[in-house]
Design a protein around this ligand. Structure first.
Ligand code: FMN
Length: 338
Protein backbone atom coordinates (compact mmCIF):
# COMPACT_ATOMS: atom_id res chain seq x y z
CA UNK A 1 0.00 0.00 0.00
CA UNK A 2 1.41 3.47 -0.87
CA UNK A 3 2.43 5.57 2.15
CA UNK A 4 0.44 8.66 3.21
CA UNK A 5 3.38 10.75 2.06
CA UNK A 6 3.30 9.22 -1.43
CA UNK A 7 -0.46 9.82 -1.71
CA UNK A 8 0.01 13.42 -0.53
CA UNK A 9 2.71 14.02 -3.17
CA UNK A 10 0.62 12.39 -5.88
CA UNK A 11 -2.37 14.56 -5.01
CA UNK A 12 -0.15 17.65 -5.04
CA UNK A 13 1.16 16.71 -8.49
CA UNK A 14 -2.37 16.13 -9.84
CA UNK A 15 -3.75 19.40 -8.43
CA UNK A 16 -0.82 21.75 -9.03
CA UNK A 17 1.33 20.02 -11.66
CA UNK A 18 4.64 21.93 -11.87
CA UNK A 19 3.10 25.22 -10.74
CA UNK A 20 3.75 25.00 -7.01
CA UNK A 21 6.66 27.47 -7.08
CA UNK A 22 7.92 30.21 -4.74
CA UNK A 23 5.69 33.26 -5.13
CA UNK A 24 8.66 35.55 -5.67
CA UNK A 25 10.93 33.80 -8.13
CA UNK A 26 14.39 35.12 -9.07
CA UNK A 27 15.23 35.13 -12.77
CA UNK A 28 18.17 36.41 -14.83
CA UNK A 29 17.26 39.01 -17.46
CA UNK A 30 19.03 41.72 -19.41
CA UNK A 31 17.71 45.10 -18.27
CA UNK A 32 15.56 46.84 -19.27
CA UNK A 33 13.46 43.69 -19.52
CA UNK A 34 11.49 43.48 -22.73
CA UNK A 35 9.45 40.32 -22.31
CA UNK A 36 6.44 41.96 -20.61
CA UNK A 37 4.74 45.20 -21.64
CA UNK A 38 2.28 46.91 -19.30
CA UNK A 39 -0.54 48.68 -21.16
CA UNK A 40 -2.86 51.28 -19.69
CA UNK A 41 -6.37 50.86 -21.11
CA UNK A 42 -9.33 53.23 -20.86
CA UNK A 43 -7.90 56.49 -22.21
CA UNK A 44 -8.38 55.94 -25.93
CA UNK A 45 -5.42 54.22 -27.59
CA UNK A 46 -3.73 51.91 -25.02
CA UNK A 47 -0.58 53.49 -23.61
CA UNK A 48 2.64 51.60 -22.85
CA UNK A 49 3.33 52.39 -19.18
CA UNK A 50 5.94 49.68 -18.53
CA UNK A 51 8.54 52.29 -17.66
CA UNK A 52 6.44 54.98 -16.04
CA UNK A 53 4.80 53.19 -13.13
CA UNK A 54 5.66 51.73 -9.78
CA UNK A 55 4.12 50.06 -6.76
CA UNK A 56 3.58 52.67 -4.06
CA UNK A 57 2.37 50.55 -1.19
CA UNK A 58 1.40 46.94 -0.41
CA UNK A 59 -1.34 47.53 2.19
CA UNK A 60 -3.36 49.14 0.80
CA UNK A 61 -2.12 47.99 -2.61
CA UNK A 62 -1.46 51.19 -4.58
CA UNK A 63 0.18 51.67 -7.95
CA UNK A 64 1.24 55.01 -9.37
CA UNK A 65 1.39 55.93 -13.05
CA UNK A 66 3.28 59.01 -14.21
CA UNK A 67 2.11 61.39 -16.93
CA UNK A 68 3.78 64.47 -18.38
CA UNK A 69 1.86 67.21 -16.59
CA UNK A 70 0.80 68.89 -19.85
CA UNK A 71 -0.66 65.58 -21.07
CA UNK A 72 -2.21 64.52 -17.77
CA UNK A 73 -5.80 63.33 -18.22
CA UNK A 74 -8.76 64.96 -16.47
CA UNK A 75 -10.15 63.28 -13.40
CA UNK A 76 -13.43 62.34 -15.15
CA UNK A 77 -11.44 60.37 -17.76
CA UNK A 78 -9.86 58.16 -15.13
CA UNK A 79 -12.96 56.29 -14.02
CA UNK A 80 -12.57 52.91 -15.77
CA UNK A 81 -8.86 52.42 -16.32
CA UNK A 82 -7.07 49.10 -16.23
CA UNK A 83 -3.55 47.77 -16.61
CA UNK A 84 -2.92 44.80 -18.88
CA UNK A 85 0.27 42.80 -18.48
CA UNK A 86 1.09 41.36 -21.89
CA UNK A 87 3.73 39.25 -23.56
CA UNK A 88 5.73 41.63 -25.73
CA UNK A 89 6.23 39.23 -28.61
CA UNK A 90 3.96 36.84 -30.46
CA UNK A 91 0.32 37.86 -30.16
CA UNK A 92 0.87 40.08 -27.14
CA UNK A 93 -1.13 37.64 -25.05
CA UNK A 94 -2.67 39.22 -21.94
CA UNK A 95 -1.35 37.41 -18.85
CA UNK A 96 -2.93 39.58 -16.17
CA UNK A 97 -5.15 42.59 -15.56
CA UNK A 98 -5.65 45.05 -12.73
CA UNK A 99 -8.75 47.27 -12.70
CA UNK A 100 -7.81 50.70 -11.32
CA UNK A 101 -9.63 53.14 -9.05
CA UNK A 102 -8.11 56.62 -8.67
CA UNK A 103 -7.27 57.54 -5.08
CA UNK A 104 -4.95 60.54 -5.34
CA UNK A 105 -2.74 62.66 -7.59
CA UNK A 106 0.51 64.45 -6.87
CA UNK A 107 2.29 66.98 -9.09
CA UNK A 108 6.02 67.21 -9.31
CA UNK A 109 7.53 69.79 -11.71
CA UNK A 110 6.79 68.38 -15.17
CA UNK A 111 5.31 65.05 -13.98
CA UNK A 112 1.95 64.25 -12.45
CA UNK A 113 1.61 60.99 -10.54
CA UNK A 114 -1.78 59.32 -10.37
CA UNK A 115 -2.32 56.85 -7.54
CA UNK A 116 -4.66 53.93 -8.05
CA UNK A 117 -5.96 51.13 -5.87
CA UNK A 118 -7.07 47.79 -7.33
CA UNK A 119 -10.82 47.47 -7.96
CA UNK A 120 -10.40 44.07 -9.69
CA UNK A 121 -7.74 41.64 -10.77
CA UNK A 122 -7.44 38.71 -13.18
CA UNK A 123 -4.55 36.34 -13.74
CA UNK A 124 -4.28 34.25 -16.91
CA UNK A 125 -0.86 32.68 -16.28
CA UNK A 126 -2.48 29.44 -15.13
CA UNK A 127 -5.69 27.61 -15.97
CA UNK A 128 -8.72 28.64 -13.89
CA UNK A 129 -8.75 25.36 -12.03
CA UNK A 130 -5.04 25.58 -11.11
CA UNK A 131 -5.42 29.22 -10.12
CA UNK A 132 -8.43 28.41 -7.93
CA UNK A 133 -6.45 25.63 -6.22
CA UNK A 134 -3.57 28.03 -5.52
CA UNK A 135 -5.92 30.64 -4.04
CA UNK A 136 -7.48 28.00 -1.80
CA UNK A 137 -4.05 26.83 -0.63
CA UNK A 138 -2.94 30.42 0.00
CA UNK A 139 -6.13 31.15 1.95
CA UNK A 140 -5.52 28.06 4.07
CA UNK A 141 -1.84 28.97 4.67
CA UNK A 142 -2.66 32.61 5.49
CA UNK A 143 -5.24 31.45 8.03
CA UNK A 144 -2.88 29.03 9.74
CA UNK A 145 0.38 30.99 9.62
CA UNK A 146 1.48 33.80 11.92
CA UNK A 147 1.51 37.06 9.93
CA UNK A 148 5.00 38.48 10.66
CA UNK A 149 4.76 41.27 8.05
CA UNK A 150 2.22 43.27 10.06
CA UNK A 151 0.35 43.94 6.78
CA UNK A 152 -3.25 43.00 6.07
CA UNK A 153 -4.18 42.77 2.41
CA UNK A 154 -7.63 42.00 0.99
CA UNK A 155 -8.07 39.16 -1.50
CA UNK A 156 -8.23 41.55 -4.47
CA UNK A 157 -5.10 43.36 -3.22
CA UNK A 158 -3.16 40.13 -2.91
CA UNK A 159 -4.22 39.04 -6.39
CA UNK A 160 -3.32 42.45 -7.83
CA UNK A 161 0.11 42.33 -6.17
CA UNK A 162 0.71 38.90 -7.78
CA UNK A 163 -0.30 40.28 -11.19
CA UNK A 164 2.01 43.27 -10.75
CA UNK A 165 4.93 40.81 -10.48
CA UNK A 166 4.20 39.40 -13.95
CA UNK A 167 6.29 42.40 -14.98
CA UNK A 168 9.82 41.28 -14.03
CA UNK A 169 11.00 43.53 -11.20
CA UNK A 170 14.72 44.37 -11.21
CA UNK A 171 15.97 43.63 -7.71
CA UNK A 172 18.70 46.04 -6.74
CA UNK A 173 20.90 47.09 -3.86
CA UNK A 174 20.37 50.47 -2.20
CA UNK A 175 23.23 52.26 -0.42
CA UNK A 176 22.52 55.17 1.90
CA UNK A 177 25.09 57.07 3.92
CA UNK A 178 25.78 60.30 5.75
CA UNK A 179 28.06 61.41 8.57
CA UNK A 180 25.75 59.80 11.18
CA UNK A 181 25.64 56.35 9.59
CA UNK A 182 24.59 54.26 6.64
CA UNK A 183 22.97 51.09 5.42
CA UNK A 184 22.82 48.84 2.37
CA UNK A 185 19.79 46.70 1.56
CA UNK A 186 17.89 44.89 -1.17
CA UNK A 187 14.83 46.47 -2.83
CA UNK A 188 12.42 45.76 -5.67
CA UNK A 189 9.27 47.80 -5.05
CA UNK A 190 10.41 50.44 -7.48
CA UNK A 191 10.17 51.68 -11.04
CA UNK A 192 11.13 54.33 -13.56
CA UNK A 193 8.64 57.15 -13.93
CA UNK A 194 10.14 58.90 -16.98
CA UNK A 195 11.76 62.36 -17.29
CA UNK A 196 14.65 61.11 -15.14
CA UNK A 197 12.43 60.37 -12.16
CA UNK A 198 12.35 57.13 -10.21
CA UNK A 199 10.02 55.83 -7.50
CA UNK A 200 10.68 53.36 -4.69
CA UNK A 201 8.67 52.16 -1.73
CA UNK A 202 10.03 51.26 1.70
CA UNK A 203 8.13 49.87 4.67
CA UNK A 204 7.39 52.85 6.91
CA UNK A 205 8.07 50.96 10.13
CA UNK A 206 11.56 49.82 9.09
CA UNK A 207 14.86 51.65 9.57
CA UNK A 208 15.77 52.13 5.85
CA UNK A 209 12.71 54.37 5.27
CA UNK A 210 13.77 56.63 8.15
CA UNK A 211 17.37 56.69 6.94
CA UNK A 212 16.44 57.68 3.37
CA UNK A 213 14.10 60.32 4.76
CA UNK A 214 17.02 61.73 6.75
CA UNK A 215 19.68 61.70 4.01
CA UNK A 216 17.41 62.45 1.03
CA UNK A 217 19.65 60.54 -1.36
CA UNK A 218 20.55 57.01 -2.40
CA UNK A 219 22.81 55.06 -4.74
CA UNK A 220 20.99 52.22 -6.52
CA UNK A 221 23.15 49.36 -7.79
CA UNK A 222 21.96 46.84 -10.37
CA UNK A 223 22.89 43.30 -9.34
CA UNK A 224 24.35 40.65 -11.66
CA UNK A 225 22.25 37.50 -11.32
CA UNK A 226 25.24 35.48 -10.10
CA UNK A 227 25.47 37.83 -7.07
CA UNK A 228 21.84 37.09 -6.12
CA UNK A 229 22.84 35.23 -2.96
CA UNK A 230 24.93 38.21 -1.79
CA UNK A 231 22.05 40.57 -2.51
CA UNK A 232 19.59 38.44 -0.55
CA UNK A 233 21.94 38.52 2.45
CA UNK A 234 21.22 42.24 2.58
CA UNK A 235 17.50 41.63 3.28
CA UNK A 236 18.44 41.40 6.96
CA UNK A 237 19.63 45.02 6.88
CA UNK A 238 16.00 46.17 6.56
CA UNK A 239 15.90 45.58 10.30
CA UNK A 240 19.13 47.43 11.13
CA UNK A 241 19.65 51.05 12.15
CA UNK A 242 23.05 51.15 10.44
CA UNK A 243 25.87 48.89 9.27
CA UNK A 244 29.66 48.87 9.32
CA UNK A 245 30.86 49.33 5.74
CA UNK A 246 34.11 47.47 6.37
CA UNK A 247 32.22 44.36 7.56
CA UNK A 248 30.46 43.73 4.24
CA UNK A 249 31.14 40.35 2.57
CA UNK A 250 32.10 42.08 -0.73
CA UNK A 251 34.34 44.91 -1.89
CA UNK A 252 32.88 48.34 -2.45
CA UNK A 253 33.65 51.33 -4.63
CA UNK A 254 32.38 54.90 -4.27
CA UNK A 255 29.43 56.41 -6.10
CA UNK A 256 30.36 59.29 -8.38
CA UNK A 257 28.71 62.36 -6.81
CA UNK A 258 27.52 61.36 -3.33
CA UNK A 259 30.59 59.26 -2.54
CA UNK A 260 28.44 56.47 -1.09
CA UNK A 261 29.89 52.91 -0.90
CA UNK A 262 28.35 50.65 -3.55
CA UNK A 263 29.13 46.98 -4.40
CA UNK A 264 32.07 46.70 -6.76
CA UNK A 265 30.13 44.03 -8.71
CA UNK A 266 27.35 46.52 -9.66
CA UNK A 267 26.38 46.43 -13.34
CA UNK A 268 25.06 49.97 -13.11
CA UNK A 269 24.92 52.61 -10.38
CA UNK A 270 22.35 55.39 -10.35
CA UNK A 271 22.54 58.15 -7.78
CA UNK A 272 19.23 59.73 -6.86
CA UNK A 273 18.10 62.78 -4.94
CA UNK A 274 14.75 62.42 -3.19
CA UNK A 275 12.28 65.13 -4.21
CA UNK A 276 9.02 63.81 -2.79
CA UNK A 277 8.11 61.69 0.22
CA UNK A 278 4.60 60.33 0.39
CA UNK A 279 3.54 58.20 3.38
CA UNK A 280 0.68 55.90 2.66
CA UNK A 281 -0.40 52.77 4.57
CA UNK A 282 2.37 50.23 5.11
CA UNK A 283 4.92 51.98 2.89
CA UNK A 284 6.56 55.32 2.28
CA UNK A 285 6.91 56.27 -1.38
CA UNK A 286 10.05 58.13 -2.36
CA UNK A 287 10.19 59.90 -5.70
CA UNK A 288 13.73 60.77 -6.65
CA UNK A 289 15.55 62.47 -9.50
CA UNK A 290 18.40 60.52 -11.10
CA UNK A 291 21.49 62.73 -10.90
CA UNK A 292 24.09 60.26 -12.19
CA UNK A 293 23.94 57.04 -14.14
CA UNK A 294 27.05 54.91 -14.66
CA UNK A 295 27.03 51.58 -16.51
CA UNK A 296 30.03 49.35 -15.72
CA UNK A 297 29.02 46.24 -17.65
CA UNK A 298 26.05 44.59 -19.30
CA UNK A 299 24.91 41.17 -18.19
CA UNK A 300 22.04 39.19 -16.80
CA UNK A 301 20.57 41.13 -13.92
CA UNK A 302 18.72 39.88 -10.84
CA UNK A 303 14.95 40.18 -11.36
CA UNK A 304 11.96 38.79 -9.51
CA UNK A 305 8.77 37.51 -11.16
CA UNK A 306 5.69 35.92 -9.65
CA UNK A 307 5.77 32.11 -9.44
CA UNK A 308 2.59 31.76 -11.57
CA UNK A 309 4.30 33.64 -14.37
CA UNK A 310 7.49 31.60 -13.99
CA UNK A 311 5.40 28.40 -14.24
CA UNK A 312 3.93 29.72 -17.49
CA UNK A 313 7.29 30.97 -18.83
CA UNK A 314 8.86 27.54 -18.45
CA UNK A 315 5.86 25.25 -18.87
CA UNK A 316 7.34 23.68 -22.00
CA UNK A 317 10.60 22.72 -20.33
CA UNK A 318 10.61 20.73 -17.09
CA UNK A 319 14.42 20.55 -17.04
CA UNK A 320 14.83 24.35 -17.34
CA UNK A 321 12.22 24.87 -14.64
CA UNK A 322 14.10 22.49 -12.35
CA UNK A 323 17.39 24.32 -13.00
CA UNK A 324 15.74 27.70 -12.38
CA UNK A 325 14.34 26.40 -9.09
CA UNK A 326 17.83 25.38 -8.01
CA UNK A 327 19.20 28.85 -8.88
CA UNK A 328 16.32 30.55 -7.07
CA UNK A 329 16.94 28.46 -3.99
CA UNK A 330 20.67 29.30 -4.10
CA UNK A 331 19.90 33.04 -4.28
CA UNK A 332 17.53 32.86 -1.34
CA UNK A 333 19.97 30.81 0.72
CA UNK A 334 21.63 34.24 1.18
CA UNK A 335 18.78 35.49 3.34
CA UNK A 336 18.61 32.20 5.24
CA UNK A 337 22.32 32.27 6.06
CA UNK A 338 22.20 35.44 8.22
C1 FMN B 1 14.10 40.41 -2.84
C2 FMN B 1 13.65 41.34 -1.76
C3 FMN B 1 13.16 42.58 -2.10
C4 FMN B 1 12.72 43.47 -1.12
N1 FMN B 1 12.24 44.69 -1.48
C5 FMN B 1 11.78 45.54 -0.52
C6 FMN B 1 11.26 46.82 -0.89
O1 FMN B 1 11.22 47.19 -2.06
N2 FMN B 1 10.80 47.62 0.11
C7 FMN B 1 10.83 47.24 1.42
O2 FMN B 1 10.40 48.00 2.28
N3 FMN B 1 11.34 46.03 1.79
C8 FMN B 1 11.81 45.19 0.85
N4 FMN B 1 12.33 43.98 1.21
C9 FMN B 1 12.38 43.61 2.62
C10 FMN B 1 11.17 42.80 3.06
O3 FMN B 1 10.04 43.65 3.08
C11 FMN B 1 11.39 42.27 4.47
O4 FMN B 1 12.33 42.96 5.13
C12 FMN B 1 11.93 40.91 4.59
O5 FMN B 1 11.88 40.18 3.43
C13 FMN B 1 11.22 40.23 5.77
O6 FMN B 1 9.85 40.10 5.53
P1 FMN B 1 8.68 40.39 6.61
O7 FMN B 1 8.30 41.82 6.46
O8 FMN B 1 7.58 39.49 6.17
O9 FMN B 1 9.20 40.07 7.96
C14 FMN B 1 12.79 43.09 0.25
C15 FMN B 1 13.29 41.84 0.60
C16 FMN B 1 13.72 40.97 -0.39
C17 FMN B 1 14.26 39.63 0.00
Amino acid sequence: MPSANKIHNLLKKVIFGDTLLPQEFTVPLIAPQKEITVWLHGLGVPRDVTYCQSTVCSAPFIICIAFDTIQAPDKQNLERLSLKFCESDGHGQVLGEIGLRLTNRVSLSDLTLFFFEARSSANYCLSRIRLGSHYLLQAYTTKHQVNTSGMKMSFVERRAAMVSFIRPHPTSIVSVNDEVGGNIFIMNLMGDLGNNYFAFALKSTRKPAHLVERTGRIALSSVPFHEGKTAFQLAANHFKESIEWDQLPFATMRSRIFDIPVPDFALRVREMKVELIHKIGSHTLFVARVVSNQTFSVGEELHVVHGFYQARRLKESGATLKASLAMDSLNKSGSRSV
